[in-house]
Design a protein around this ligand. Structure first.
Ligand SMILES: *[C@@H]1O[C@H](CO)[C@@H](O)[C@H](O)[C@H]1NC(C)=O
Length: 328
């Protein structure tokens, strides 16, 4: 009787083991080192390509980080942002100023020579975003790979991309819809520690804020004159200004200090300080006394991994594009 019992236990154990390993095979999410055997040099080829482009043009670092984010928020992280043609995602308003497409194309060309048909454009973009953060002195992290490329890219799908005038509630909802929390929102907006915005996206804050006030009261008065001289009311609206004043080429937490001091550039960024629910996260990243400290660089890497797994296509979904700018 006891032997039978034990046999039952053993068979139940093996059944569970089998069930677990079957699940592991069936749920093919992304994983770190996906190309370790199929294309061992995949990550180093992307890294050296991003580095060489960065050396001649450092602006590609914020460009690639933003491009990955804009890719993930529309149809998931599937390289849909990279497709050329009339009416594709890249032709939509919020994507018109993205830069760095040539870096992805260059990496893909080299990868097709090293391991034809293996590495997806969606993964190249996810890796390039990480490498861009590292090149600007930010943290590094292992990027899970195994994404496959999508076959749909429509400008009409870009409505859920965050916009520079979105209230905190709208920003939060757009992130919640993608499974990202309030903390993820603040951490990922912290990516604005590198990069710039054109005057056209924020000069209304200085010259015609709304029907009752001319100047956005959340702008530090001492900063206002500095900002007005960078973007005169009759100046070139395409001129670009650092999103993190004083530290635009360095990935650090001074972006949050600027928000605390009323020196945010985009209205949607400055609101993260005005709104109490997001302000408390900013305070944690700043290590302000009385708030449980969170380290921005660590939380940023966690939120990046979450974001870069939004609605990913894996296994036999999608395809591995031959050229990143065109569906096969
Ligand atoms: C204009 O902005 C101020 C400051 O944010 C705000 O208090 C006021 O309600 C706004 N007025 C209108 C008409 O939107």
């Amino acid at each position: 009787m006891e032997i039978l019992d034990n046999l039952n236990k053993i068979s139940i154990f093996f059944f569970l083991l089998l069930a677990t390993s079957t699940t592991l095979v069936l749920s093919q999410g992304t994983r770190v080192g996906f190309y370790a055997t199929s294309c061992p040099r995949a990550e180093s080829i992307v890294q050296s390509t991003v580095r060489s482009h960065f050396q001649s043009n450092p602006k590609i670092a914020p460009g690639l980080l933003r491009m990955h984010f804009h890719d993930c928020f529309v149809q998931g992280c599937d390289g849909s942002i990279l497709i050329d043609g009339a009416g594709t995602e890249k032709t939509a308003g919020p994507n018109l100023l993205l830069r760095g497409y040539e870096v992805i194309d260059d990496a893909k060309t080299q990868l097709e020579q090293a391991c034809p048909g293996v590495v997806s454009c969606a993964d190249i973009l996810a890796l390039a975003a990480r490498d861009s953060v590292v090149l600007t002195n930010g943290p590094s992290w292992p990027v899970p790979t195994g994404r496959r490329d999508g076959r749909v890219s429509l400008a009409s799908n870009t409505a859920n991309l965050p916009r520079f005038q979105d209230s905190v509630d709208i920003q939060k909802n757009k992130f919640f819809d993608k499974g990202l929390s309030t903390q993820d929102l603040v951490a990922l907006v912290g990516g604005h520690t590198i990069g710039t915005a054109a005057c056209q996206f924020f000069q209304y804050r200085m010259y015609n804020f709304n029907s009752s006030v001319t100047v956005d009261p959340s702008i530090n008065p001492a900063f206002l004159s500095q900002l007005q001289s960078l973007c005169p009311s009759d100046g070139d609206t395409s001129k670009r200004v650092a999103l993190d004043t004083g530290s635009e080429n360095r990935f650090d937490s001074s972006f949050f200090e600027n928000l605390q001091n009323g020196r945010g550039i985009l209205e949607s960024d400055q609101m993260l300080w005005t709104d109490s629910s997001t302000r408390s996260v900013v305070q944690q990243f700043l290590g302000i006394r009385g708030f449980l400290g969170l380290t921005f660089s660590i939380e940023f890497t966690r939120s990046m991994v979450k974001m870069s797994n939004i609605e990913v296509k894996t296994g036999t979904d999608g395809e591995i594009r031959r050229v990143c700018s065109a569906i096969n």
